[in-house]
Design a protein around this ligand. Structure first.
Ligand code: O7E
Length: 243
């Protein structure tokens, strides 16, 4: 079953479009134990876990594999978010390592070009993994890159075309970019939206504007009661209109 369907099934089963960004602060001691504790706490309120440099840099491959096994035991998908942005060979080596560690999907930056993105998607699909492509990021400076005007239109619309053309399994648009969310919501690809809470975006507003999945980190991970916060967001979204 392709990643796109696996994560849709997980979201259905958990009644949650939340992708937990497991972004633990560097001050935390015993990261694997804290990661496991967080997954156990919120596992019923999310459909996937996303790991970034916060864990992929300090932990060993076997420590990451163990976390991925725990993620899977909760019926969740696991996404590796080291935004791939390199030459073909390097991206392919990264995909090899990440899929061996048990990740179900990777993130890619369409800036590498049509050919590079297509090769990356092919490689990932062959390994049974999905690819989610950046289209418009959530931070204020995103307009200086993704929002640049090229040939009379925003670079992000070119990135969207590249993602579709390459056969990617989803795209990323920040929850802080509601206009862009509304534009891309009409497309065929599932939209993953980060920037809720800590970066100022709102969960319900993002869903109403067309986000299919919400990537949420610090507001859950750093909360005194992560399960309570995750459950609150989950029930608020369930009540709001889904597209
Ligand atoms: O702000 P937080 O704590 O809720 O965390 C957001 C996470 O989403 C964090 O891991 C960050 O690296 C990531 N992210 C963004 O914040 N903005 C983006 O535009 C894109 C991502 C991201 O996850 O991209 C790949 C899916």
């Amino acid at each position: 079953e392709p990643f796109r369907e696996r994560i849709a099934r997980a979201a259905d089963a958990k009644k949650s479009p939340i992708v937990l960004a497991l972004d633990l602060p560097t001050s935390k001691r015993n990261l694997p134990a804290f990661a496991a504790k967080t997954i156990r706490a919120v596992g019923q309120h999310i459909c996937a876990v996303k790991m970034n440099f916060h864990l992929i840099l300090p932990l060993s491959a076997s420590e990451i594999s163990r976390i991925n096994k725990l993620v899977h035991s909760y019926g969740l998908q696991s996404i590796a978010d080291i935004k791939l942005n390199d030459i073909e060979n390097t991206n392919e080596v990264a995909i090899d390592h990440l899929t061996r560690m048990g990740f179900d999907a990777v993130i890619a930056n369409p800036f590498i070009g049509k050919g590079g993105l297509a090769a990356l998607v092919q490689k990932a699909h062959k390994a049974g993994a999905g690819v989610i492509a950046l289209v418009y990021m959530s931070h204020p400076g995103a307009k200086e890159g993704f929002g640049l005007e090229v040939g009379g239109r925003g670079l992000y619309s070119e990135f969207l075309e590249r993602a579709t053309g390459a056969g990617a399994d989803g795209i990323v648009v920040g929850a802080t970019q509601l206009d862009i969310l509304r534009q891309v919501a009409k497309q065929q690809l599932p939209v993953y939206s980060p920037g809720i809470g800590a970066q100022g975006g709102d969960a319900e507003q993002a869903i109403r504007s067309g986000a299919d999945y919400l990537i949420i980190g610090r507001s859950i991970v750093e909360a005194a009661q992560p399960a309570k916060v995750a459950k609150e967001i989950q029930s608020r979204i369930l009540l709001s209109v889904r597209k």
